[in-house]
Design a protein around this ligand. Structure first.
Ligand code: DQA
Length: 139
């Protein structure tokens, strides 16, 4: 199975920013653990702070032969209609993830404009949110 993990804005700061919320590991370290967990699968990792680059990567996922996308769009989750439309434009299933429990934080984080067009949502399990989301493609 070919699984694409997309991390959006500010996720490159994981391990540096708000360690009490997002942990002390860098995104590269988390991605290495994910790749090791799914060693029988092909895992691709993409991070960008640019909304349009995230849309482009989602758009090309079908041609890339991606079976499923695990997407942590970061703060874009809460207001990016562009990413929402990109998800809706492809048949590849997308699972929205968040490391933190967005429903136990500031009110603005409870609202996602992406969830409606995603296959499902996983949040609150730290780095394991990514693993739980990717496992759903195998059910
Ligand atoms: C996040 C939650 C978002 O609200 C926030 O803007 C992030 C990270 C998470 O993984 O918990 O950047 O998506």
């Amino acid at each position: 199975m070919k699984i694409l993990f997309i991390n959006g804005v500010n996720l490159n700061m994981t391990g540096v920013r708000e360690k009490g919320v997002y942990g002390v590991q860098s995104l590269d370290e988390i991605n290495s653990e994910i790749a090791a967990y799914f060693k029988g699968d092909e895992c691709l990792f993409f991070q960008s702070n640019c909304e349009g680059d995230i849309c482009s990567r989602i758009q090309s996922s079908k041609e890339e032969g991606i079976d499923g996308i695990v997407l942590n769009a970061g703060a874009y989750t809460h207001y990016s209609y562009a990413i929402r439309d990109a998800i809706a434009s492809v048949s590849v299933p997308v699972v929205e993830v968040h490391m933190s429990n967005v429903h136990a934080r500031e009110e603005f984080r409870s609202k996602s404009v992406l969830s409606e067009v995603c296959k499902g949502v996983i949040c609150g399990f730290g780095k394991n949110s990514y693993i739980l989301a990717a496992q759903s493609f195998k059910l």
